[in-house]
Structures are given as C-alpha cells and as structure tokens.
Design a protein around this ligand. Structure first.
Ligand SMILES: *[C@@H]1O[C@H](CO)[C@@H](O)[C@H](O)[C@H]1NC(C)=O
Length: 403
C-alpha cells in the first residue's frame, strides 16, 4: 500500500484504521472523516425528476448529476485494457462496497484494504496508469431527512447516455459514501477490516441497483439520511484521443422521512481472519472451497441484497446461518463484451454474480459462515506479469435490524 500521496489527515486515519476498531472508535473515525470531507472540493447536483415504478406512498425517483468533468484525451493511444492488465473481477475491491457483478478487462486495482480505500478517497491515486479519478463532496442534490430505498451510480455523457466501454470510456468504479453516519456492525467480522465509512452506492461495469428494501419496495427498510455528508469517488479510463465530458450520476428512489429501520451495507469474507486483503491463493488447475471462521450475529434482523464478489477462477460465494445454506451467489462467465482473446486463446471473465434479494431472517447469536468455491481448471486465474492472481471471495449484503 502506498500512502505517499495521501494528505496528512487521511494518512493518519489510514494508520489508525490498521488497528482493530471498537464501534465507538469507528464512530469517532467516521466523524473525523466527516471533517476531512469538508476540506474536499464540493460539487453541486443537478436534479432531474423521474418516475418510480415502486408502489410505495410518497416515492420519488431522481437522477442527480455532478459535473461536467473533462477526462483528458488518451495521448498514448492505449488500446482498451487486456486481461493482462490485471485485476479482473466481479465488482470492485472497495471494502464494504457492493460493486456489482462484472468488470471485463478491468485496469489494475489497488488491491483493497482500508488504506487503499482512503488513498482512493483522496482521489490522488488512479488505479490505472491511464486512469482519471476524482473525489467530490456532494454539497447539494441528495435529499435530507429521507430514506433511500434503492439507487445506482453511473457515469453519463452530457447527453445523458451511459459512458461505457462500448463508447470508449471504461468505468472502473464510481462510489458514493456517507462519511458522517456511524458504521453499525450487526455481524462481527474479522477485526481490523472494519471500516468507518458507511457505503451508500457503488457501481462498476455492470449496471446494478443497490437495494435497501426488497425490489418491490414492500419491506419497510431503507438507508436513512438525516443531514449527512457524502463524498463520491470515481475512476474512469478514456480510450479516445479527444477529451470527454462526463457527469457522475446517482439514480435514487426515496421517500420523505423514515421508512422502517435504517438498513446498512456490510461485507464478510470467506477467508479466515489471517488475510488482511481478504484474498486467497487457489492452486492453478484445481477445484475447491474455502471457509471463513464463524461470524456471530449481534442483533435480530433480516439480510437482503446479498451478493458475492470474486475474481476470475471463482464459481460461487455462499452464506450459511447455523450450517444452513441461505444464499448461493453464483458467478456467470462470458457474454457480450466479456470474452476476450489473449494470445489466440479465448478468455471468459465473470460478468455477473447472482443476488439473493429475498429477506433472510437472522437472530442475535446466530452463526454466519461464508464459503467461496473456485474451479481454476474451468476458469483459469488471471495472470499478471507471469504470476497467477489471487482469488477473492467476499459477500456484501444489507442488514435490516428488527428495531
Ligand atoms: C451521446 O454522446 C456520446 C459521446 O459523445 C455519443 O457516443 C452518443 O452516441 C450520444 N448519444 C446520443 C443518443 O446522442
């Protein structure tokens, strides 16, 4: 991890975050981050009203655009990234951020970890040499005293069309996080991996909507925003020689006031607590499974929107509660734009991880176990500089406390 480009405040936080955090300390860190965020350049949102299809009283849907930002033209004339560029996976590596299923031909990522998250937050370390990244405090646009039921983040051109690889712009990720809301931990994961940032929305190559309720909106739950401070961070690669103007966009559905309990995102890894990066090394040409330690639940509630995140080689991430399988998030390989030719050999990447959207009941004292299965015979690990890449098996989900 490189802290070289961090501002001193963020560097201090990074170091502080390397030690196991008590919830109280984590909250304190959160408020420190809130203060640090105040120093970040602000962006105002342009709000476009849309129609929601959810049958929920008072529901609103808005597109909130920040920008325009000019991504410089690609002077190297670089070709779109090849698998050799490295880090390909279903989703991004922001700890605790649900990044969705797929990232065909992803540029090299920073490898996860809290320090990297912070250095990304600082917006000064694009993960790809040709990458352009930005971090903005969201001064206006988002609702206040409201509950967000679902949302997604994307990047669009000035005409509103999504900027994606087919348009010569590669979206590595765009994430929005709440830097003032205290992080609640309802399931005790590995120490030290706790983050003080409340993930809000994240998006990468595949378009997915983050749900804080069930997809019909009927489960009373959502991400409550009082007067919170948000920052948004994006990394893009422009493959055009000409500069491109883009907006970072949030598409959110929300209701005024409170709608059920405050739901929050969390992440658990299939690795035992000895891997700080939550990665593991499957042997090439084998199939198998790794298992986490047992993670105890500390509250009654429901788990929704559970989704695995893997690198190529992975086949599924599973969640067990008291030894009963409650969610199998399976990897889908291949499909449009994700089959690449490398040295004449066809290479398929993960395009999607299935989601367990239906509520899964959980009680205080229940034991949660995460497993990750892989098959590196059928789906070889990515190679980067002649070395097989690490496997990844984590599950992100939303916890809805009972009260
Ligand atoms: C919007 O702009 C982008 C980038 O200039 C272009 O590729 C796309 O075709 C445009 N879409 C429409 C509908 O005009």
């Amino acid at each position: 991890m490189k802290y070289l480009f961090l501002t001193p405040a963020l560097a201090a936080l990074t170091t502080a975050a390397a030690v196991p955090l008590e919830a109280r300390q984590s909250n304190m860190l959160g408020s420190m981050l809130g203060m640090a965020a105040k120093l970040m350049p602000a962006a105002n949102g342009i709000v476009i009203e849309e129609k929601s299809s959810l049958k929920v009283a008072g529901i609103k849907r808005q597109l909130i655009r920040y920008g325009p930002f000019t991504i410089p033209g690609n002077k190297d004339g670089a070709a779109p990234p090849s698998p050799e560029a490295g880090h390909n996976h279903g989703g991004g590596d922001m700890p605790g951020m649900s990044m969705g299923g797929a990232a065909p031909a992803a540029p090299k990522a920073a490898g996860g970890g809290f320090g990297d998250t912070l250095s990304l937050l600082a917006g000064q370390k694009p993960m790809d040499p040709n990458g352009w990244s930005t971090t903005k405090r969201l001064a206006t646009g988002l609702c206040k005293d409201c509950t967000v039921l679902s949302g997604k983040t994307t990047v669009v051109f000035e005409n509103g069309t999504r900027a994606d690889l087919s348009k010569g712009v590669y979206l590595h990720h765009v994430i929005a996080m709440d830097v003032t809301k205290p992080v609640k931990s309802y399931i005790t994961g590995c120490p030290g991996i706790a983050s003080s940032i409340s993930p809000f929305l994240g998006g990468a190559v595949d378009e997915f909507r983050q749900w804080y309720t069930t997809p019909d909106g009927q489960l009373k739950a959502g991400f409550y925003i009082k007067n919170d401070e948000f920052i948004m961070q994006a990394e893009l690669v422009n493959y055009h020689p000409e500069p491109q103007n883009v907006f970072l966009q949030m598409d959110i559905e929300w209701v005024p006031g409170k709608y059920g309990p405050d739901a929050s995102q969390a992440t658990l890894a299939a690795t035992s607590c000895d891997s700080a990066t939550q990665s593991f090394k499957p042997q090439p040409g084998t199939a198998g499974e790794i298992k986490s330690k047992v993670y105890p639940a500390t509250a009654d509630g429901k788990i929704i929107a559970a989704r695995g995140h893997m690198h190529d080689g992975g086949t599924a991430v599973n969640m067990y509660i008291n030894d009963k399988l409650v969610c199998a998030s399976k990897a889908t390989y291949g499909g449009a734009g994700s089959t690449l030719k490398v040295n004449g050999k066809e290479w398929q990447t993960i395009t999607k991880m299935s989601e367990c959207a239906d509520p899964i009941a959980i009680k205080k004292g229940d034991n949660v176990l995460i497993t990750a299965s892989y098959d590196t015979k059928t789906h070889p690990l990515r190679e980067s500089h002649g070395e097989a890449q690490e496997g990844m098996g984590i599950m992100t989900f939303v916890f809805v406390p009972s009260s």
